[in-house]
Design a binder for this molecule. Sequence first.
Ligand SMILES: NC(=O)c1ccc[n+]([C@@H]2O[C@H](COP(=O)([O-])OP(=O)(O)OC[C@H]3O[C@@H](n4cnc5c(N)ncnc54)[C@H](O)[C@@H]3O)[C@@H](O)[C@H]2O)c1
Ligand SMILES: [Zn+2]
Ligand SMILES: [Zn+2]
Length: 367
Amino acid sequence: MAEIQNRKKVSPEEEHPRKAFGLAAKDSSGVLSPLNFSRRNNGDNDVTIKILYCGICHTDLHVIRNEWKNAIYPVVPGHEIVGVVTEIGSNVQKFKVGDKAGVGCLVGSCHSCDGCENNLENYCSKMILTYNSIDIDGTITYGGYSDLIVVREHFVVKFPESLAMDKGAPLLCAGITVYNPMKTFSLDEPGKHLGVVGLGGLGHVAVKFGKAFGMKVTVISTSLNKKDEAIKTLGADAFIVSSDPQQIQAAMGTMDGIINTVSAKHDIVPLIFLLKTQGKMIMVGVPDRPLELPIFPLILGGRILAGSSIGGLKQTQEMIDFAGKHNITADIELIKADYVNEALNRLAKGDVRYRFVIDVGNTLTPA
Ligand SMILES: NC(=O)c1ccc[n+]([C@@H]2O[C@H](COP(=O)([O-])OP(=O)(O)OC[C@H]3O[C@@H](n4cnc5c(N)ncnc54)[C@H](O)[C@@H]3O)[C@@H](O)[C@H]2O)c1
Ligand SMILES: [Zn+2]
Ligand SMILES: [Zn+2]
């Protein structure tokens, strides 16, 4: 951390020669407005991508409103990026100009720590996030609510030909964030029972992966109003309203694992009781306030509570190839760039089915 803080901060305008344009939050109001900025030239190991679509993740909202107290303004959010390669460096092997490509939450890491050596760049202490992070040259990274991005090849995934680019964009964060813990904690086996808490962007994709793995999937949500869609459209097997003690009681001890995607403070005790003996609840949602964690419900039943952060690049490619094979995409509301502030306000209220995706290529135009 000290090392990052000591790095000289230079203005991207001084450092970078390529003109770029995007939408940025300038302060914790989180309101986005146009920003002219710049990107570095395409280096030997870089891929330049013309951005066509970018999903709106709840993390974007947490960061632009400074809910995690880590915003470096101006923040150009966006880490569910899909586009077309327009330039490659001389060392680039995986891509050629014209290829479809995806970029998720990471654009850099140290390549030499235990995490990096085990394809877990997502746990590298020097990882560079796609936005709101300090890049190797000391400049601040800017994300996908913008016209183009220059990314080291290692952090770019090949986007399957069979997937729609707009509906596929959310896989770059929402997809890998749920796929990783399902694989890591053996919650990918046919016949196992998976609970998904919070039916938003991450949650609805978790339901789809769970079904593709052949699991029984139960959605646990605060209100009944998503029940029909969860079962009929998303393919869930069952639906529990978390505030109804009778429904919780009836499902106690039945789940092998739970993926918890809730973005705000909530009561996890009833959820822990849904787990079987030695069942696992994996926290992927990031509430801005601590949750209460009584220990008895964990000890009785030897239950496991864990956390998980996005995924490494190898697994991100595996995830998106799996999605391509099984035609897993997000259910999206495709929006124009000038609707972004309204979309963010709606996301804050949970009013989205199930992911906003910005039609960057067709609607983001310089001011
Ligand atoms: N761990 C990671 O690597 C990672 C990656 C991406 C996103 N996230 C985090 O995951 C969370 C979810 O992201 P998303 O994009 O799916 O958000 P989302 O807004 O699309 O979905 C969140 C869901 O939580 C529900 N919810 C909100 N407050 C609740 C409460 N108090 N009780 C119960 N349910 C509640 C909402 O109704 C919604 O269904 C965010 O906190 C985000 O920052 C983590
Ligand atoms: Zn995200
Ligand atoms: Zn590392």
